[in-house]
Write a protein that binds this ligand. Structure first.
Ligand SMILES: NC(=O)c1ccc[n+]([C@@H]2O[C@H](COP(=O)([O-])OP(=O)(O)OC[C@H]3O[C@@H](n4cnc5c(N)ncnc54)[C@H](OP(=O)(O)O)[C@@H]3O)[C@@H](O)[C@H]2O)c1
Length: 343
């Protein structure tokens, strides 16, 4: 199989390259040479997808599969899709559950239309999720049934470039009393980057078209289970103290980023971890246990791996809470609920 990865040096694209090489595929990557080193064994095309002249390198080439991990602006994605229209490939576009009309806060069925957004929209025509929906249209308008739209849920694993799991692992490795957010029984839904990468390649190889919520089934871990996984793999003396959502909000804690992956329930009590992923499961997405994702991410960090200092995308904030703020909230929580010490 002849694979083109637009991207291919960072997190998901990198994992797709590694998996494709493991399968014996011939791999070409197209990127600017900014985010990370090229992986040995690939053909490297250097260029910026924002630059129409750079896409000339793709025209006239034949590929079996294109995996596009770094499309954020419909107009820009449209240009690469048109450059590859005659390539013969199946085009796998990595979108996000944010592209749907329900996320966050409401359950997200499979097969929803994306949010309204034109396929030639520019960078200022919407937020991340809206623009992802426009990118999806830019791909499907040209590739039709030869397009897979993989609406990724939360992705974790080695080489994470956002810093969510690394922020928790670093904090927990420091030990002591750790502020743990909300309800430990909250079901979560986390997909390992390597399992998602394998799914992208499978869709491309088998020509599986359509839009999928590309994530694990709801409840493949809980907030309590995966934070306890973090304690276990780091071997630290951390003690998790669970603090109610209301107190965290009263202290102005920023959901999702300051305490990564913490999101209080929406108005109807629904939360962000309710995407129906049954189509992806039927199409072959096989998520490994989250404990393995946590352990392998810690092993990567122990060998010197770290997310970049600056988040990879403008819509992604910095992750982690200031230690002084954490201590203040824990003291406040003890004052309010003296019977609820560390557990
Ligand atoms: N992380 C999550 O939990 C999550 C959840 C839902 C959806 N997603 C989606 O999953 C994807 C994440 O993919 P990722 O982390 O592997 O990659 P990414 O951070 O989106 O993209 C990085 C890769 O694309 C290349 N790249 C970036 N801008 C480029 C440009 N203008 N021209 C050419 N190449 C460019 C980078 O290389 P150079 O910088 O060297 O060019 C690098 O190889 C994204 O589409 C994201 O929206 C992520």
């Amino acid at each position: 199989m002849q694979l083109l990865v637009i991207g291919g040096t960072s997190f998901l694209g990198r994992a797709a390259v590694v998996e494709a090489l493991r399968r014996g595929w011939a791999v070409t990557t197209f990127n600017r040479g900014v985010s990370g080193p090229d992986i040995e064994g690939v053909e490297v095309l250097r260029g910026d997808r924002d630059d129409p002249s750079a896409l000339g390198q793709l025209e006239g080439r034949r590929f079996d599969v294109v995996v596009d991990t770094c499309g954020f602006v419909p107009r820009v994605v449209g240009r690469s899709v048109r450059a590859l229209a005659e390539s013969g490939a199946h085009y796998v576009f990595v979108s996000s559950i944010s592209a749907t009309t329900t996320w966050p806060g409401r359950p997200t069925p499979e097969g929803l239309d994306g949010q309204p957004c034109d396929s030639d929209a520019g960078p200022d025509d919407g937020d991340y999720g809206v623009l992802k929906a426009g990118c999806e249209r830019a791909v499907t308008e040209v590739f039709g049934e030869r397009a897979t739209v993989a609406r990724a849920g939360l992705i974790l694993g080695p080489h994470e470039n956002v810093g969510r799991l690394p922020a928790w692992l670093r904090r927990i490795a420091r030990g002591g009393e750790v502020l743990a957010p909300g309800d430990p029984a909250t079901p979560m839904q986390v997909v390992d980057v390597r399992d998602l990468a394998a799914f992208l390649l499978d869709c491309g190889e088998h020509g599986t078209g359509g839009a999928f919520n590309a994530t694990a089934p709801p409840g493949n871990t809980t907030m309590g289970d995966w934070l306890r996984d973090c304690v276990r793999v780091t071997g630290s003396d951390a003690r998790l103290t669970w603090v109610d959502d209301d107190l965290l909000l009263a202290h102005g804690v920023e959901p999702w980023t300051e305490l990564p992956l913490w999101m209080p329930p929406g108005q109807d009590g629904d939360h962000v971890w309710t995407a129906d992923a049954s189509w992806a499961a039927a199409a072959g997405l096989r998520p490994r246990p989250v404990s393995e994702t946590v352990a392998d991410t810690w092993a990567w960090m122990q060998s010197g791996g770290a997310p970049p200092d600056d988040p990879p995308h403008a819509h992604v904030g910095r992750h982690g809470i200031d230690p002084a703020k954490e201590a203040t909230i824990l003291a406040d929580w003890r004052g309010q609920a003296p019977s609820r010490g560390p557990a």
